[in-house]
Design a binder for this molecule. Sequence first.
Ligand code: CNA
Length: 236
Amino acid sequence: MTLQEIVNDSARIVFFGGAGVSTESGIPDFRSADGLYSQKYKYPPEQIVSHTFYERNTEEFFAFYRDRMIFPNAKPNTAHIKLAELERSGKLSAVITQNIDGLHQAAGSRNVIELHGSVHRNYCEKCGKFHGLDAVTGSTGIPRCECGGRIKPDVVLYEESLNGDDINRAVNEISAADTLIIGGTSLVVYPAAGFVNYFTGKHLVVINKSETNADRNAELVINDSIGKVFSEIHTE
Ligand code: CNA
């Protein structure tokens, strides 16, 4: 079956995605050749985005975070827009993303499970008050709350655990899906990557530029740009 035929045959699609969904919006991923992991920093990026690094080198964490992880001007691309259309047409029940950029909501998707949090939510470690993205973009050094506390982005760093409600929602959505489309993810970051194993539905599709662990179980594997692939999908 083609992707279009699979979409036509589905009533409850779940999309599970990662950083590759947003590269066509100008946000670099981690593991592509031009991704953050192949760029040179004083510390390896995977170390910088860890809880230990955040605690020990907070200023350097924020320098990297502001420079390489926040893209306030990025716009949703065709993949984000088509996924929102599929939800509106009643075919798609949830988008589960490892991304922190908020572009699915910007495109109009409503049921979005952000397994790794969002750059748009930030909270004071002292008084708990929530702040928007401007608390980070509009400050220098370590962002501070009015109360003097440190403001931490509500994103899941390496060594930190995922939110339990998000895990339950993701597992429930994937278990209830008739079609799971995995796209733009290397599928190597756990526990998120393991959630796709809860799928027991009809059609498993992978759309990713490079190989993934899910390929061998998939009915259809498309090694192409996700924006291009989604631009060819018609919603009914
Ligand atoms: P990753 O490990 O960087 O993998 C991305 C995958 O997408 C790779 O396999 C690429 O081949 C593939 N890819 C890249 N561009 C495209 C494209 N246009 N079309 C199809 N495939 C493409 O990223 P994962 O999401 O798997 O890793 C998980 C990390 C990355 C999560 O914790 C994220 O929070 C984190 N991250 C998020 C963002 C964001 O929010 N936009 C950006 C960078 C990193």
